[in-house]
Design a protein around this ligand. Structure first.
Ligand SMILES: CC(C)(COP(=O)(O)OP(=O)(O)OC[C@H]1O[C@@H](n2cnc3c(N)ncnc32)[C@H](O)[C@@H]1OP(=O)(O)O)[C@@H](O)C(=O)NCCC(=O)NCCS
Length: 188
């Protein structure tokens, strides 16, 4: 069941330009995106998949596709970044958050950007719009489990909230928590 707020935001469309000038469109994910998401995942390098899932994830399963594409837009929301290539639209980035059932003002956040389009501003763009959409849902903190060797995302998070809370989970992973107010003040 999709609420009125979520129904309105399903219409969210945000045209943007990457740092190299390429036009892209940010929009909510839909159940019709399953094949495009499968293709997007198949294009990712082993390292990109490892940084996103923390293991060498193979193909997305039917259950993954349902979980990723069939969401309520209240407690769970995902945006895709779409680019036109050879007259076809392709997904080149996905960012999502899930509200924590145990802490309703906090959501777990995750991103993945296609290797060929990394370092062009997509990750930062996704964080900015996800922050705005989360704030509208009374979510005030983003949290994430990040591999400590993943300097790229840690750098983006630190720039977005220099006061970010960071704790080591084990030898390889850390848990970060960012204030959405800070993100909105800095990157919006
Ligand atoms: C981590 C990841 C999502 C980052 O996405 P990205 O699109 O490459 O990131 P951006 O292009 O936004 O940021 C790269 C750099 O450009 C900078 N940048 C972004 N937009 C900018 C702009 N408009 N002007 C100037 N600089 C900008 C960022 O600050 C960042 O700088 P830094 O590396 O010095 O910190 C991507 O590398 C990825 O998918 N990695 C694999 C999966 C993963 O690690 N996911 C995160 C775990 S949840």
């Amino acid at each position: 069941m999709v609420s009125v707020l979520s129904q309105r935001q399903l219409e969210f469309r945000q045209p943007e330009r990457l740092m190299d000038g390429s036009p892209v469109l940010l929009r909510p994910i839909t159940p019709e995106d399953k094949q495009a998401l499968l293709d997007f995942h198949a294009r990712q390098s082993t390292q990109t998949r490892f940084f996103r899932y923390h293991y060498s994830k193979g193909e997305l399963t039917a259950a993954d596709l349902r979980n990723f594409c069939e969401i309520d837009f209240d407690n769970s929301l995902a945006l895709v970044v779409e680019m036109e290539r050879n007259h076809r639209k392709e997904i080149v980035g996905v960012g999502r958050f899930y509200r924590l059932p145990t802490s309703i003002h906090t959501a777990e956040v995750a991103f993945v950007v296609q290797d060929s389009e990394q370092r062009k501003g997509i990750g930062t763009m996704l964080l900015k719009y996800l922050a705005k959409l989360a704030w509208d849902r009374d979510i005030y903190f983003f949290t994430g489990e990040v591999l400590r060797e993943n300097g790229r995302i840690l750098s983006i998070f630190t720039k977005s909230d220099p006061e970010m809370h960071y704790t080591d989970e084990d030898d390889h992973t850390c848990i970060v928590t960012l204030s959405i107010r800070e993100i909105m003040d800095r990157v919006l």
